[in-house]
Design a protein around this ligand. Sequence first.
Ligand code: SAM
Length: 304
Amino acid sequence: MTSIVRGRSAVNKPDALSRDMASGRALRRYSEVMALSSPIWFAGLPARFIDRLRWEWREWHAPSLPSFQHEELDHALLDLIPWREGERVLDVGCAHGGYLRQLADRNVDVHGLDISLESLNKAKSVGRPLVAASGDQLPMRDDSFDTILCHKTMYLFSTPEKALREFARVLRPNGRLVFSTSATQSPYGLAQSAAVRLFGRRNWDFGNRLGPKAWVRLASACGFGDARFYSCNLVMPIVFRVCDRWIVPNEWMRRYARLCRRISGLPIEGVHPRRLAQDYFVTIRNLPVARHLCDDRANQQLLI
Ligand SMILES: C[S@@+](CC[C@H](N)C(=O)[O-])C[C@H]1O[C@@H](n2cnc3c(N)ncnc32)[C@H](O)[C@@H]1O
């Protein structure tokens, strides 16, 4: 009976079946059923392997869709950080335009900028203004944006102070910079630093290695102030990547993250970054101060 049904659907609907397989739905169904029905970790290993393949497949076609550790960042960025209707926002490093779309849906006047033409071509479908340029050389007028968003891109600047000065120039006085950064002092961050030192930047380039506090110090020297931190992925430094999706299914990691938040009981937003978080969003205001004063202070900061 089963084989007849299978045979019929394969013969009558070959396109539907291949579409189903291609979108990963069949794999998802299989992995979800297997993950739920396997209380012992090794019995669920094939399902988790498939879960991982499915995630890689999805990232390949639409990068940065939320996985368990991106969900907290998305929650902080889109739900906790306030966005005003009509606010002029520049998304530096907008890639395929995932956040352009999300912010446009909130009636934000968002513009995208990226160094990669290939990414910008994909972002065209969002229908927002796009600019191909480097974030540390913005082809924009002074005082022309209310907010600059720089998500998962700050670490890519080889001259961070240059990018910050450009952000300060393009932002209106009292405009804000919203950026994400990771814990460089976490076990995972320290392992990355060790890999960079051991193998050199050519093989292991994890960027400029500035953590949240270092970014805020540098930004202060470039005329920013009043930083607020949104600490995400609490206690992840201890398990993050060690217990990757490969070993522990996404859903278990989500529950673990929720539990950590509940036990700690502390709000994720505050004037200090929380030590046991893996990732941070920082909002910082462009103080209306003379720019030439900031240049000297930024240079001094870099010498420290
Ligand atoms: C990891 S992706 C982050 C994309 C997006 N912001 C997100 O969160 O999904 C980093 C993006 O920064 C872009 N990028 C790298 N260096 C850049 C630079 N100097 N100026 C502007 N964009 C840059 C890359 O092309 C890439 O699209």
